[in-house]
Design a binder for this molecule. Structure first.
Ligand code: KIV
Length: 359
């Protein structure tokens, strides 16, 4: 999955028209059944990690299919160097507010290290706590054949289970670090995928495995695969949102790309509330504030936003479709647009208009 700069991504995200947002699923409750349906229809599934109420509301409103309260909260929220110290209490504490904020997204809570490995009894009891106290819709646990007994028992208790194969961070000491998995153990991972499907898992996260292996697994098993650093052949994609928005500097996964890292100086930003009046004011200000720069560049979010105000004030404008150019390196496209001798770049979001003038 490719991302652009923090702010650019937030723009797409809030505009609610990003590639993550699948028309037809917005406004509809996502369930294990709709996940299965999406796989059958070839519709891609979006999943983001989430750890609090207000972010859950934003992501839910934007139409993200699933919110994962990952034990990655150990790294990005609690500041641990790995996920091993995360407790059941931590997971419940963060799952409950996400569940309160998510109306339509499927809420999946990670089972933390040693909450399921030691016994089937622990696994069912702790999965039950995440559902009962955290109000999750499903739980996720790491491992293949070794945890099939636990998966079966949790599913028998009426709790949907998402499995997790490849680089499983709770086994970081066994792996000797964060390394791509499956280069030599491809057959084993494929076998694990078949076993967890037989055990009753409704989906599986594939983390940091070669893209061709992930594609093969996705074609072989009938439950959805959700990839992270596993190439485009999966049935869905998941990202830790701090990685997606470039908010976390301790560790930068190789598969998260920051295409355009444009910083906007505060003095170049005109915040508005999105009213017609404010749009006029913003457009008039940006087109007048710098001599010789009177053209507004609209970065359209996948459809042409209306430019009537520009026509009314009689100023020139150009447009560039950000969403249609998703995944391309904007640096190769942008200069042509922005270096128009008199261009002022304008971003459009549902929250209002944010404009800037290029020097
Ligand atoms: O803990 C987590 O956030 C995860 C994702 C990286 C899939 O397991």
């Amino acid at each position: 999955m490719h991302v652009v700069s923090t702010r650019t991504y937030v723009h797409f995200f809030i505009a609610g028209r990003s590639r993550f947002v699948r028309r037809g699923t917005v406004g509809m409750k996502n369930t294990v059944a709709t996940f299965q349906e999406m796989k059958q229809k070839g519709k891609k599934i979006s999943m983001l990690t989430c750890y609090d109420y207000s972010t859950a509301k934003l992501m839910d409103e934007a139409g993200v299919n699933s919110l994962l309260i990952g034990d990655s909260l150990g790294n990005v929220i609690l500041g641990y160097e790995d996920t091993l110290s995360v407790t059941m209490e931590d997971m419940i504490h963060h799952t409950a507010p996400v569940a309160r904020g998510a109306k339509n997204a499927l809420v999946i809570a990670d089972m933390p290290f040693m909450s399921y490995q030691a016994s089937v009894y622990d696994a069912v009891t702790n999965a039950g706590r995440l559902m009962k106290e955290g109000r999750a819709n499903a739980v996720k646990l790491e491992g293949g054949a070794a945890v099939c007994e636990q998966i079966r028992a949790i599913v028998d208790a009426g709790i949907p289970v998402c499995a997790h194969l490849g680089l499983t961070p709770q086994s970081i000491n066994a792996f000797g670090g964060h390394k791509v998995q499956g280069k030599s153990a491809a057959r084993e991972i494929l076998e694990d995928a078949k076993r967890i499907e037989e055990a009753g898992a409704f989906a599986v996260v594939l983390e940091c495995i070669p893209a061709d292996l992930a594609r093969k697994i996705s074609e072989t098993i009938s439950i959805p695969t959700i990839g992270i650093g596993a190439g485009p052949g999966c049935d869905g994609q998941v990202l830790v949102y701090q990685d997606m928005l470039a908010l976390f500097s301790d560790f930068k996964p190789k598969f998260v790309k920051n295409f355009v890292d444009i910083d906007i100086k505060p003095e170049g930003i005109i915040p508005t509330v999105g009213s017609m009046q404010a749009c006029f004011a913003a457009f008039m200000a940006v087109t007048e504030c710098k001599k010789g720069k009177d053209t507004v560049l609209f970065i359209d979010p996948g459809f042409p936003v209306q430019k009537t105000q520009m026509q009314v004030i009689g100023k020139p404008f150009e447009s560039f479709d950000g969403a249609k150019n998703y995944g391309r390196n904007w640096k190769n496209i942008f200069p042509r647009e922005i270096s128009l001798p008199s261009c002022t770049a304008t971003r459009i979001t549902r929250l209002g208009y944010v404009s800037r003038t290029r020097n």
